[in-house]
Design a protein around this ligand. Sequence first.
Ligand code: WTA
Length: 694
Amino acid sequence: MSVVRSEEREIAVHWKEEEYVQPSPKFIGQANLTDPAILDRFTIDKFPEYFREYADLLDWDQYWHTTFDSSNPPFWKWFVGGRLNACFNCVDRHLAKHKNKAAFIFVPESETEAPYTLTYQELHTRVNEVAAVLRDFCGLKAGDRVTMHMPMILELPITMLACARLGIIHSVVFGGFSGEAAGLRAADSRSRVLIYADAYYRNGKLIDHKASADVAVHTAEAEGQTIEKVLVWRRRDGEDLSNTPMVPGRDYFMEELLKGFKRAKVAPVSLDSEHPLFLMYTSGSTGKPKGCQHRTGGYLAYVVGTAKFYQDIHPEDVYWCMADIGWITGHSYIVYGPLALAATSVLYEGVPNYPDPGRPWRIAEQFDVNIFHTSPTAIRMLRKTGPNEPLKYNYRFKHMTTVGEPIEPEAWRWYHEVVGKREATIVDTWWQTETGGFLITTKPALDPMKAGSAGPGALGIFPVIYDEDGKEIPAGSGRAGNLGIRNPWPGIMQTILNDDERFVRQYYSKFCKDPNSKDWRDWPYFAADGAVLAPDGYYRILGRVDDVINVAGHRLGTKEIESACLTVPSVAEAAVVPVVDEIKGRMPAIYASLKPGFSDGKQVTEQLVATVETIIGKIARPKTIHIVPDLPKTRSGKIMRRILAAISNRMDTGDVTTLANPEIVEQIRKQVQGEGPVELQEGPEDVKRFGEQE
Ligand code: WTA
């Protein structure tokens, strides 16, 4: 995979250094991480033992004998010989001190429906009962896989914890993905049980989610995986909100099943540190999403440590992360990290601006939220639709997070000045599904903030920027390069399910110094992001360098969308490129050519939208679709996506004379941009570099 074009390697990234913003003395006075001496404990010469500090935040059934095992690179092992249970650490161990404390405050999307508070004691009761259903009714046991396709309701974390209690490996599929996407993931993970919700509210509408369950079952079956049981949670007890019939002998309402397991107790299963905790599918540079497999001990240690130090969660705080649990942010920083710290979290069902852009600030005021966590897309949207709304509400955030995409300094400043009322400390946390937890962020009470810049490596994490030849780009050179991490850490995924080879190829081969080496120093992690390192050691993330489009902080593979397009019968060829969007950061643009004999572009456009939504989900809905006579190709027949990305984003297409069909470029350009002259734009780094591997 070619990443940074050689001629571009030398080009300085023009970007004004932003001013430092200091955390307030009040924040520093109460923070979890205030002693700079910690930096001396986390120096690279003390790797890997410094991560004991994170693992010691957990309760172990059996203490580990070896902190880190590097005998089979890059398949590292962490806290070897240790035994623990993640559910015990997130629930049971808090009962002695915190049983009457709220674990979650569930806020329904409709403001007329009452919020519901779930205490740690109730969470314990419900998790045990659900675990009993999974074990005794479904016959599931440690190591089995279960797919959950659920919205943001309490039953989602409850069911995840019930799985963790038994060592069942959960695979949560984002509720907004289609039934087909859920079915493919269920087949890949060989799940025989699917867990659904009947319905949920989103943007004021009731969504019949059970309808996707039938699609998921059929899709999984077409892939050779039989789904024996579909467990369906009711969004409202005793009410049928879905019109989709239950299939007798396959579909069961959890509400009914639980009647047989009232107050059942299921002992947490003591599991090996390396026992897989969950799978999370994510997009990469090939068409098929990959199942990132995370381990129990290392992952839980890493998320509890980072939630404590970087989210600054204390038991008395009220924490609200607006992410969906169906993404890694929700797993690490709604479920496992905060619960392991006995946090109280708001769990909000709906979209941020429903019914109006004041909603998040009303929720913050009502529940006295003081730690807030969201994405640049939500920040941009709330800023655009309700720039002064935060000032109307009486809440005070001590701490705020931004995650998932690069944030523009303008949006950052609004977040700081208006949402944070100049009081809240902001962390811009860079990480990935694969990494389990934060890898680049400021230490909130110790480091100044800098708008648009994620910051230095997290404790014990040593990032690096490589040029295309694997040479390090020094700090302050102004040159962009490939972001890597020099050392392993406990939160890193174990492997890609069923594909060890791809795990090595995708994340390690590129900058591996010696494939035969057993020394971790020879195996830096390749993140597939571009970045620039400022003289002060702060990293600024420039976006993906592979075929992934980051839509509103959600990773979508262009190849995934392209293969969906090709299922439309009249489409001959399709190419998907990122186009800059004011709110969502990037969105997909589709270019398609038709098979001979087809000409109805409008009909094809509608079919393409519907198909992408059915196969992937609404999240992948394209911003634009262009039905074109042909796609620009090299003489060897490769589609030049880079040129299409340049056209969609009004950037310079560069030299096209070596193409097999150079004349098509001007024709497409006119079709997309119109006849007249067009002012070319500079374009962001990730779009500039898009499609370079061709
Ligand atoms: C991007 C989400 C800039 C990046 C946690 C990464 C970011 C991808 C940031 C991972 C940030 C994440 N600034 N870009 N603070 N955080 N990204 O797997 O391109 O859904 O590779 O994990 O999001 O997305 P994923």
